[in-house]
Design a protein around this ligand. Structure first.
Ligand code: ADP
Ligand code: MG
Ligand code: MG
Length: 875
């Protein structure tokens, strides 16, 4: 089986075999673009390398050899030849892009002889030996595992001693001297000499790239983005072009649109007299592409034309690597560019409006998770705050946290529950776990395309890069921001939208809906079939829900209306009432409060359905804490205080004790409460219909849906439905005919799902309360599971995900499917929906679509996300 493909033998559809980089290099070669020639070793070869226990088979070695010969022909030079040496790069390239996570070696094919040949050929000794130094350092690092800073430190020292400010000023003699020093370093640290045999260099490099698939940072990245561990990487071997040949050469990265805002403009950075890695590693802060337009206009125009062509070809924003060698332009990579959520939305909508993609494609390109980022809070530009410093706005949004100077500290503090800000000189891909732990990232060096920026944008974390006023004293654990000194652990805020850095916590402002986002959401609305409702308990929540596009309220938890400080005393006395009469008179005091809440909510919803769940939690949740009451009583007794008050306290304590339950979650709550104390539900229903009647008199349409919680038996619903109908007809009187209302139940006790057919006889709708349904189906109490045993279940792979976040389709989902089917058999027009926290989770929404539910209901800020996810579920 063929394991090596020349670039001209492949294309972009072969990404699985050739990796993303290889597939696109082949595609670009076919398009006739200026791509240095080369070949790709397949991902299958990588898999077989691992199967062989880390060996390159003889067949593979000879295929590689053959491809090198083909390359020599095209380039008219020879690998290892002393006069006309062929130099290549050996580049990793996985199927799913993992920027900077794996390794690449440049300038391979140089040794003591060929370096002299290269110097003669290019008439530049300093250039040739610069390349050689780079090779030895990269080879030492990647193949032999020698820490990179040992090499760079030598270069820095040399420059310091000889007063050179940039690499370009280093003389040929100095590069030669450094070559010797680097070789010594290799020998000292690995016990072997830097190999002079170029075939050996190549074999070792290919193996090292295969191995880099399993380096620590690549594994973290794969876990983070759920990339399969057995995919393997391809290896690309490509003839070198040189951006480090002098002032007419350089290397850079270019996005065809602004990856931060999505604006349609070429957006890039480059370095003169530099080789590939220099830009992406963020070692020097690069120049803006606009300078290239001034300095080398013809190169800029060529680049712009190629960039636009590539975007049109791939119909998506591209992230392009280029190198200029003596004013000749080469492309070295293209891929669809990572972008912020804001940019993703703008680009998708712009491409749709330009007719480049269909609406389905525009919607499916949005990572629903990224929408969260869009609804992120940010530092308001209007705030009158004085920044300490400013850098490049590399990933938008505002963030605050304790300064942590390395990834390990960031992780440790995060684990303790702190918010941290990762602050470092430059961020290498090895710091990915620190970025993950941090609220935001601030670096002193590196540009917008540095790995730190790319990774932060992908994760939706605010990032400011290249903040030149920042210096870090890692020994003292302090940082300098201009004049200011801060300690590790101090709070720092960054604004990744403007690039500004502030001391302390900074107030964050709410997000706004951009025209592009509104457009995208309206496209999603055209596609989706599920209705999106919100869980809203207050008029404010109802308003926000509507603004964010909710088509109704799927869950209004009436108990939340009881918790306010003004109402709690009345609610508590009602619960503690010792007789029905006492309770009734207290309920009468609560009724108008509850009614006014509903009046306001009906106003906000203005004709949209509003699902009102009657009181659900166990009553003890409203009562004061026993220990505190006991303490209060003891103090009074000691002081010999008011005996009446003592009596009252004692009675209260006794009453609370008598109400205590062994297992409140499974105790007197939900409809059981309504059956035990019908007067409580009676009051709530009365409040709903009085409010409804008033609203109708004011000309507002209403659609109340009364939801009975925790039903496990048809009899419970039958009983309470009668109560609703009775109270409704009493309260509404004449208006009864003009108001349509529904009565339904939450399906959250497994038995209700099993008996769904019979329950449907009394229900107009089912709403799956998947929080409780999950608790009771698993028999886990959520509060006890999440902090405690659930993590070890996940670590041991007993569960594949947290069922409270991602709906358990196998178990809980089966109950839902069954209940929907049985319910609809009885009542074809039964409305079905989901109102647990799962309503805001993508895979759960997909499941709801598949199961044929009518709606999902989620928290108000999750509504835009749910609209998009519901559309994606259809596509
Ligand atoms: P990564 O996946 O980390 O970006 P790459 O394989 O793309 O690694 O290479 C790293 C850098 O080296 C890039 O800037 C790339 O453009 C540059 N590079 C790779 N191959 C060559 C080559 N043949 N000639 C010149 N530069 C190259
Ligand atoms: Mg690259
Ligand atoms: Mg419940």
């Amino acid at each position: 089986e063929k394991q090596v493909y020349l670039f001209e033998e492949g294309n972009a559809s072969m990404v699985k075999l050739l990796g993303g980089k290889g597939g696109n290099l082949a595609e670009m070669t076919a398009l006739g673009l200026p791509i240095p020639p080369g070949f790709t070793i397949t991902t299958d070869a990588c898999k077989s390398y691992y199967k062989q226990g880390g060996r390159l088979t003889a067949e593979l070695q000879s295929e590689i050899k053959g491809a090198i010969v083909a390359l020599e022909k095209v380039k008219d030079c020879r690998f290892g030849d002393a006069n006309q040496p062929l130099l290549v790069s050996v580049r990793s390239g996985s199927v799913t892009s993992m920027p900077g996570m794996m390794d690449t070696i440049l300038n391979l094919g140089l040794n003591d002889e060929t370096v002299a040949g290269l110097a003669r050929q290019t008439a530049s000794e300093s250039f040739a030996y610069d390349c050689y130094c780079r090779l030895i350092a990269m080879y030492g690092q990647i193949v032999l595992g020698i820490p990179g800073f040992l090499f760079s430190r030598q270069l820095e020292n040399l420059k310091l001693h000889s007063g050179r400010e940039s690499d370009g000023e280093v003389s040929a003699g100095e590069w030669k001297q450094l070559t010797g020093a680097y070789k010594l370093l290799v020998k000292e640290h690995s016990g072997i000499d830097f190999p002079q045999d170029v075939d050996q260099q190549l074999n070792m490099a290919v193996k090292a790239v295969f191995r880099s698939w399993n380096n620590a940072r690549a594994k973290v990245y794969r876990k983070l983005y759920s990339i399969p561990h057995d995919q393997g990487t391809a290896v690309n071997v490509q003839a070198m072009v040189f951006g480090n040949r002098g002032e007419d050469s350089g290397t850079g990265v270019l996005f065809t649109r602004n990856p931060s805002t999505g604006a349609k403009e070429l957006y890039g950075e480059y370095l003169i007299h530099a080789q590939g890695e220099d830009v992406v590693a963020g070692i020097r802060t690069p120049r803006r592409l606009t300078e290239l337009r001034e300095n080398m206009p013809e190169v800029y125009d060529h680049l712009a034309a190629l960039a636009n062509g590539l975007e049109a070809h791939y119909r998506d924003m591209q992230d392009i690597e280029f190198t200029i060698e003596n004013r000749t332009l080469y492309l070295l990579q293209t891929r669809s560019g990572k972008r912020t959520a804001q940019a993703a939305v703008k680009i998708a909508v712009d491409l749709y409006e330009d007719g480049m993609i269909l609406k389905e494609e525009a919607v499916s390109r949005i990572d629903a998770g990224h929408l969260d980022q869009l609804l992120h809070r940010s530092i308001s530009p209007l705030e009158e705050l004085k920044p300490l410093a400013a850098g490049l706005p590399a990933s938008p949004g505002g963030a605050s946290g304790m300064i942590a100077l390395d990834a390990e500290t960031a992780e440790a503090w995060k684990r303790k529950g702190n918010q941290v800000m990762l602050v470092s000189t430059e961020t290498s891909p090895e710091d990915i776990h620190g970025i993950l732990a941090a609220e935001g990232v601030l670096t002193a060096r590196g540009g917008m395309t540095s790995h730190a920026a790319v990774v932060a944008r992908g994760m939706g974390k605010p990032c400011v890069c290249g903040c030149e006023e920042l210096t870090i004293d890692a020994d003292q654990r302090i940082i300098y921001l201009g004049e200011n000194i801060l300690k590790e652990g101090d709070i720092l805020s960054i604004d990744g939208t403007s690039g500004r850095v502030y001391a302390g916590n900074v107030p964050l402002s709410d997000p706004e809906m951009t025209p592009e986002l509104l457009k995208l959401l309206s496209l999603a609305d055209e596609i989706r079939e599920l209705k999106i409702y919100a869980n809203a308990d207050t008029p404010q929540d109802a308003r926000i829900s509507r603004e964010l596009g909710a088509e109704g309220i799927g869950l209004c938890r009436t108990e939340h209306m009881f918790f306010s400080a003004a109402r709690l005393p009345a609610v508590q006395s009602m619960i503690l009432a010792e007789s029905r009469e006492e309770r009734l008179s207290l309920l009468e005091r609560i009724l108008p409060m509850q009614q006014s809440d509903f009046e306001d909510m009906f106003m906000e919803m203005d004709g949209l359905p509003m699902t009102i769940r009657l009181l659900d939690p166990p009553l003890h949740e409203f009562l004061p804490n026993l220990e505190q009451l006991g303490e209060q009583l003891r103090r009074l007794q000691l002081a010999g205080g008011d005996s009446e008050e003592q009596k009252r306290l004692k009675r209260m304590i006794a009453r609370i004790r008598s109400m205590q339950e062994k297992n409140p979650m499974l105790g007197l709550r939900g409809c059981r409460l309504g059956i035990q104390f019908p007067e409580i539900y009676d009051m709530q229903i009365e409040a709903v219909f009085r409010a409804a009647k008033l609203a109708v008199q004011r000309g507002i349409e209403v659609r109340p849906e009364i939801m009975i919680p925790l039903v496990g038996d048809p009899g419970e619903l039958k009983e309470l439905r009668m109560l609703v109908d009775k109270v409704a007809s009493e309260v509404l009187g004449e208006a009864f005919k003009s108001i349509t209302y529904g009565v339904g139940t939450m399906i959250e006790v497994p038995r209700a799902a099993v008996l769904a057919g019979r329950i449907a006889e009394h229900a107009d709708f089912f709403s799956f309360g998947t929080n409780d349904l999950t608790q009771m189906t698993f028999g886990y109490s959520r509060d006890d599971a999440e902090g405690k045993f659930l993590n070890s279940y996940l670590d041991k792979n007993i569960l594949s995900g947290n069922p409270f976040q991602i709906l358990d389709q196998e178990g809980v989902g089966k109950l839902m499917e069954w209940a929907v089917a049985r319910g609809r058999e009885k009542k074809p027009f039964l409305q079905t929906g989901l109102c647990g926290e799962h309503g805001g989770d993508q895979s759960s929404i997909f499941f709801c679509q598949q199961t044929g539910l009518d709606y999902v209901s989620c928290s108000p800020y999750r509504v835009p996300y749910a609209r998009v996810a519901a559309a994606q579920a259809v596509i």
